[in-house]
Design a protein around this ligand. Structure first.
Ligand SMILES: Cc1cc2nc3c(=O)[nH]c(=O)nc-3n(C[C@H](O)[C@H](O)[C@H](O)COP(=O)(O)O)c2cc1C
Length: 328
């Protein structure tokens, strides 16, 4: 499968863009476990063109994580074009446009999924960005604004006509936010539309190797994007890759191996930010990780783990959790 001239192996798995989650440290980790492409978190076009330092930092890319897509959001074509040119300078393989973010502070202001209510503007932004940069431009969006406006089949054709190189579809409407189940049937319809020739990336609720295999087989998508299931479990890419290749689960990682990965992630984040911010930043991963599932009376330890403020404190807690306890 190719997106423009970027080649991917069969049945590729992408790490979904996630605000405050897909920083360089986490992207590198997912890459190490087999993610075929990673995305930055969404980056505000307005903040980028105003040279906001914290926003500019989000453009940092490491060679080891390539291919990488920088994702932008905004509601005006001028700002998106300018931001795309700045993002292009950072040297990603792809510029991705976010037309799917449902949160009020974004969609309510007409950016992200808000553009599903103004398709002409979405298409204008897309065409102008495609023309303005040399890199391939891709789009990530949802099925439509709400159940009465599930426009994705027609919209996909229109976006393709704007010159995008691939389309990622999260199988929910904006109105659904993250509720209900992702509906892959419309993603499959887009993929099976004879008029579509760009790669279609399916997204939403793929959490197991079996689930990934089913989405490839049933809906024929060119790639699958994994979001929440990777939080606290970046090795999910290895588990899925193994299953997609051999049709069976790989040998599970040992408890100590999983713990070492989580600890490494904390260290990477601390190096990337600083001790306090790095720890706070990784709390979401610590809270979601399945590593400590099944440990009896873990509640107290969990609370302490999520409250720890220094590396020493946090690692002491992590080191105190032993495998025997899980097996009990
Ligand atoms: C914490 C979090 C942050 C997210 N941030 C972004 C984002 O910056 N850009 C984007 O396109 N989607 C974002 N998403 C949506 C995901 O990319 C993905 O579409 C969604 O979670 C569904 O996939 P999943 O079921 O595999 O998680 C975010 C999701 C979560 C949970």
């Amino acid at each position: 499968m190719n997106i423009s001239n970027i080649h991917f192996p069969d049945k590729p798995l992408f790490l979904a863009p996630m605000e405050d989650v897909t920083d360089p440290a986490f992207r590198l980790l997912c890459k190490r476990f087999g993610a075929d492409m990673v995305y930055t978190e969404f980056i505000s076009a307005d903040a980028l063109i105003r040279n906001v330092k914290r926003t500019e930092q989000k453009l940092t890319i490491y060679d080891a994580e390539r291919p990488v897509a920088i994702q932008l959001y905004g509601r005006e074509a001028d700002a998106m074009v300018e931001a795309a040119k700045i993002a292009e300078e950072a040297g990603p393989e792809i510029i991705d446009l976010n037309f799917g973010c449902p949160v009020k502070k974004v969609a309510g202001k007409g950016a992200g999924a808000g553009l599903l209510r103004d398709i002409p503007k979405m298409l204008q932004i897309t065409s102008e960005v495609v023309k303005a940069v040399k890199l391939p431009v891709t789009v990530k969006t949802r099925l439509g604004w709400d159940d009465d406006n599930r426009v994705i089949v027609e919209l996909a054709e229109q976006l393709q006509d704007c010159g995008i190189a691939a389309l990622a579809i999260h199988g929910r409407t904006r109105a659904q936010m993250y509720r209900g189940d992702a509906d892959w049937s419309l993603i499959g319809e887009v993929k099976n539309n004879q008029r579509m020739h760009i790669p279609i990336i399916g997204n939403g609720d793929v959490t197991t190797p079996e689930g990934a295999a089913e989405c490839f087989d049933r809906y024929g998508v060119d790639a699958i994007m994994i979001g929440r299931a990777s939080i606290g479990r970046p090795w999910i890419f290895a588990e899925m890759k193994h299953y997609l290749t051999y049709g069976e689960w790989m040998k599970p990682l040992l408890f100590e191996e999983q713990k070492a990965i989580i600890k490494q992630q904390v260290l990477d984040s601390v190096n990337w930010l600083d001790e306090r911010r790095g720890i706070i930043h990784t709390r979401r991963h610590l809270a979601s990780t399945p590593v400590f599932k099944g440990i009896p009376n873990f509640k107290e330890t969990r609370i302490a783990m999520l409250r720890a403020e220094t590396l020493e404190e946090l690692f002491k807690i992590l080191d105190s959790v032993l495998e025997q306890e899980v097996l009990l």
